[in-house]
Write a protein that binds this ligand. Structure first.
Ligand code: SF4
Length: 409
């Protein structure tokens, strides 16, 4: 069967640059011409608004704007363009992204744009013979991009020369993508290349001139995955925290992947398939994922000592249980709350929960955080809402940092 992507450029929507660039590299490793979608800007957001009713959440609008920017690039040809857009069921508006995109491209007379929505339910049939290979490389890409982000956030606040960490980050991202995208190598060889690239990247970050004598407040950042990662959507929150004397420890994307895997197992148990081939498949998949993650993280044992992550997502869900049990509350709210408590137990001085305006996750967490904070002796926990309009983020962060400082002292 002909690969539907052949002859097209596949654009990967951006949550973070490193995430979509590494995922695009994973697609290139199986011969698909892929690249990250353009970065979101105020102009792209305004562009999207022309097609929106106002019911859409911020990530939906920002994603649409970024993708519409493709249509303004020189040489744009709908017949040679594809956009990756997975979908989901449930109350989250993520399931609405794909129909919205279809409607907008159709309205513009650009139905030929291929909306590529691979799904695990059909074994990623759209990807063809390379599906398994891609899924594994894609997972490694997620882990590697988490590592790169963590390196950036743990170095930039201490750099002596402004901009040095961002410059190393850009170079590192190219190096990492090159390793991921190498075509026609075995999975073992690809992993070796990625580890070698990550070792070089670690050395490059370590070589940045830094002053670690000035103490900084460690601030945990949780919340809605898109808004948390996208600098435009969160109004550069990480840089603002750094400006006011903080260092950010942000929840990884891999955390969400582990949560969905764990939920899949729980679903099998609920439906009486504890001992089934499906469960066996889940277990095997999870052990391969864990082994790859472990190998990629190995060089960072020392560098990430200050930022321990749970050995299993169940530890996070257990922490949130007294407030939001996983059986009653689903998705990011459970992880954000559990992770906020995890941060408290691991040296963090305050937690910011990033939420798009009107998103249920942030609203639920905001209702529960006062009780959590009381139980943790006044631990600062704050939901910050974003709606794409420039807000008073600086003032809010400055006040929050003061709270965290007081809590610390
Ligand atoms: S979690 Fe909230 S903000 Fe994110 S896609 Fe779903 S509805 Fe939108």
């Amino acid at each position: 069967m002909r690969n539907p992507l052949s002859g097209r450029t596949l654009y990967i929507p951006q949550m973070s640059l490193e995430g979509s660039a590494c995922m695009a590299a994973a697609f290139r490793s199986i011969g698909v011409q892929a690249q990250p979608a353009p970065e979101a800007t105020t102009a792209t957001y305004q562009l999207a608004k022309k097609y929106l009713s106002g019911d859409e959440c911020l990530p939906e609008a920002v994603t649409l704007g970024s993708l519409l920017q493709i249509t303004q690039q020189p040489g744009y040809d709908p017949a040679k363009t594809a956009v990756m857009m997975p979908t989901s069921n449930g109350p989250c508006r993520f399931g609405h992204y794909l129909p919205l995109l279809r409607k907008v491209f159709s309205q513009r007379g650009e139905d030929e744009v291929l909306l590529f929505s691979p799904s695990s339910t059909d074994g990623y049939a759209d990807i063809g013979a390379h599906a398994r290979e891609l899924v594994r490389t894609g997972w490694r890409a997620v882990v590697a991009s988490d590592i790169l982000r963590k390196l950036l956030f743990s170095t930039r606040p201490y750099e002596l020369q402004p901009g040095a960490s961002d410059a190393v980050y850009r170079r590192s991202l190219d190096l990492l993508c090159e390793a991921i995208a190498t075509p026609q190598v075995s999975q073992r060889k690809r992993l070796q290349r990625m580890v070698a690239a990550l070792e070089t990247i670690l050395a490059d970050f370590s070589a940045i001139a830094q002053d670690r004598t000035r103490p900084r407040l460690l601030i945990g950042v949780v919340g809605e995955i898109f808004c948390r990662l996208d600098e435009f959507s969160n109004d550069q929150l990480v840089r603002t925290v750094e400006k006011f004397g903080g260092e950010v420890w942000m929840s990884d994307v891999s955390e969400w992947v582990w949560y969905t895997s764990d939920e899949a197992e729980k679903r099998l148990i609920r439906t009486g398939r504890r001992c089934s081939f499906s469960m066996l498949g889940e277990k095997i998949k999870n052990s391969i994922m864990a082994a790859d993650e472990h190998r990629l993280l190995q060089p960072f044992h020392q560098a990430f000592k200050k930022y321990p992550e749970p050995r299993h997502i169940g530890e996070i869900l257990q922490l949130s249980r007294p407030y939001l049990p996983r059986e009653g509350a689903h998705g990011e709210m459970v992880i954000s709350l559990g992770k906020a408590i995890w941060y408290h137990h691991h040296g963090v001085r305050g937690v910011i929960d990033i939420s798009p305006f009107t998103c249920m996750n942030g609203i639920v967490c905001e209702a529960v955080y006062p009780r959590v904070s009381r139980d943790l002796n006044g631990f600062p926990l704050r939901v910050l809402y974003f709606d794409g309009l420039r807000s008073r983020i600086e003032t809010e962060v400055e006040i929050f940092m003061e709270l965290a400082r007081n809590y610390h002292s």
